[in-house]
Design a protein around this ligand. Structure first.
Ligand SMILES: C[C@H](O)[C@H](O)[C@H]1CNC2=NC(N)=NC(=O)C2=N1
Length: 94
């Protein structure tokens, strides 16, 4: 597979360009909080559309008004540039 896993140095410099994202258990993670379940699920739906268009899929976790997103690239066995591209697109949905 062509997509490559980023090095720790590459991840540190890319993460510095983002707000609220951190590496947790080798995945790019961010926690979001909304007014209620409907707002949270609306956000999840938008994320799903953007992700599927990219052909790159997040791990989505929802409890009522909270959403946790983990990004990793299975094909690269780690965090790749695709995860940062998706993170930026997700932040633009807010
Ligand atoms: C064949 C298909 O395009 C690939 O398996 C894609 C689909 N979505 C994916 N999503 C994520 N997060 N990582 C992948 O490696 C990945 N691979």
């Amino acid at each position: 597979m062509a997509i490559k896993k980023l090095s720790e140095v590459e991840i540190s410099s890319a993460i510095a360009q983002l707000a609220g994202w951190a590496v947790v258990d080798h995945k790019l993670q961010k926690n979001f909080k909304f007014r209620d379940f409907v707002e949270a699920f609306g956000f999840i739906s938008k994320v799903a559309i953007v992700a599927d268009k990219m052909g790159h899929h997040p791990e989505l976790f929802n409890v009522y008004n909270k959403v946790k997103i983990d990004l990793t690239t299975h094909d690269a066995d780690g965090i790749s540039a695709l995860d940062f591209e998706l993170a930026q697109k997700i932040d633009k949905l807010l």
